[in-house]
Design a protein around this ligand. Structure first.
Ligand code: CP
Length: 326
């Protein structure tokens, strides 16, 4: 167990060693148990976390705010459009100044080619930890909650389990690729058989794929890329089909919608679920496009763990805050 995480940023799980991630999960389980028992766990009394959002959120905002309150501190919700960022405050100024007022800065900035650089620039200027609430490259807290959920269902040793991280059709908007990218990066460090299934136009960043392959070589398991939706389900233990944008093919929304329309049959339904192992679980970070991306019968069905997954956002984030902001 690593105990010296005070002051550390969490922008990508790749920045933390496997042992540090396991420490975070141990603390998350302890905090989940304490909350279930009604035991107070005021670990961040009088501490303040700034939550800076450039993009909408339900789960991330509510779980970070609730988590800081449960730890005895305060979370400030800040919408970027109501700050002087819209009139020129730079990332350096935000890091310097907000870091002097608060004990941590959490940021969601998903703009393509901008978000990750912005979060890193704030972190460089900040004297307090910076937590990535999602950028266009990574969504670390979602994936830590996903790993916690998978371990709750299958045990801590995930070697030999197959996870199918699949693209799915959605009509709502061109979603970031940060969830599948963070999934391939983290799951490939736990000895799993990582399967990425996507149409050819929905590639992930080549550097992320290389890192996932390196993780697999170091930690065991396998890594494969498929382009057949149903083949992705076959024999899998963990099914994680979700939509993402064709960002590496085109940044144009109209062109992206035209590409996506070719794959409208990439919907998770009961027939596809039956191709997976009998005890397979269905996961989704939410929000999902119901009956477009996944049928109600699957997302509300017995194999779905989406609510446990959403709950675990709270526990992993509290663990990260308690470890880095104490
Ligand atoms: N999964 C997730 O990050 O949800 P929100 O966009 O609602 O925060």
């Amino acid at each position: 167990m690593q105990t010296d995480l005070r002051g550390r940023d969490l922008i990508s799980t790749q920045d933390w060693s496997k042992e540090e991630i396991e420490t975070l999960l141990d603390v998350a389980w302890d905090l989940k148990r304490r909350r279930a028992l009604g035991e107070p766990h005021v670990l961040l009394r009088d501490k303040v976390l700034a939550l800076l959002f450039f993009f909408t959120s339900t789960r991330t905002r509510i779980s970070f705010e609730a988590g800081m309150a449960q730890l005895g501190g305060h979370a400030q919700f800040i919408d970027s459009t109501t700050t002087q960022i819209s009139h020129g405050d730079t990332a350096k100024e935000i890091g310097e100044i907000v870091g002097r007022y608060t004990d941590g800065i959490a940021i969601r900035q998903c703009d393509w080619g901008i978000g990750n650089a912005y979060i890193n620039a704030v972190a460089e200027a900040s004297r307090v930890p910076v937590l990535n609430m999602q950028c266009e490259v990574y969504h670390p807290f979602q994936i830590l909650a996903d790993l916690m959920t998978i371990q709750e269902k299958f045990g801590r040793d995930l070697r030999g389990k197959t996870i199918n991280i699949s693209w799915a059709y959605a009509s709502s908007y061109q979603k970031p690729i940060s969830v599948p990218q963070s999934l391939v990066l983290l799951m490939s460090r736990f000895g799993m058989n990582v399967r990425l299934t996507r149409p050819p136009e929905y590639q992930l960043m080549p550097d992320i794929i290389e890192q996932a392959k390196e993780n697999t070589a170091k930690h065991g398991g396998s890594f494969e890329i498929l382009d057949d939706f149903e083949a992705g389900f076959t024999g899998a233990d963990i099914l994680y089909p979700k939509s993402w944008g064709s960002w590496l093919t085109t940044e144009d929304d109209e062109e992206s919608a035209e590409i996506g329309a070719k794959y409208q049959d990439w919907i998770t339904d009961d027939r596809r679920m039956a191709l997976a192992n009998d005890d397979a679980i269905y996961m989704h970070c939410l929000p999902a496009d119901r009956n477009i991306e996944v049928t109600d019968s699957v997302i509300d069905g017995p194999q779905s763990v989406v609510y446990d997954e959403a709950e675990n956002r709270l526990h992993v984030q509290k663990a990260a805050m308690a470890l880095t902001m104490r």
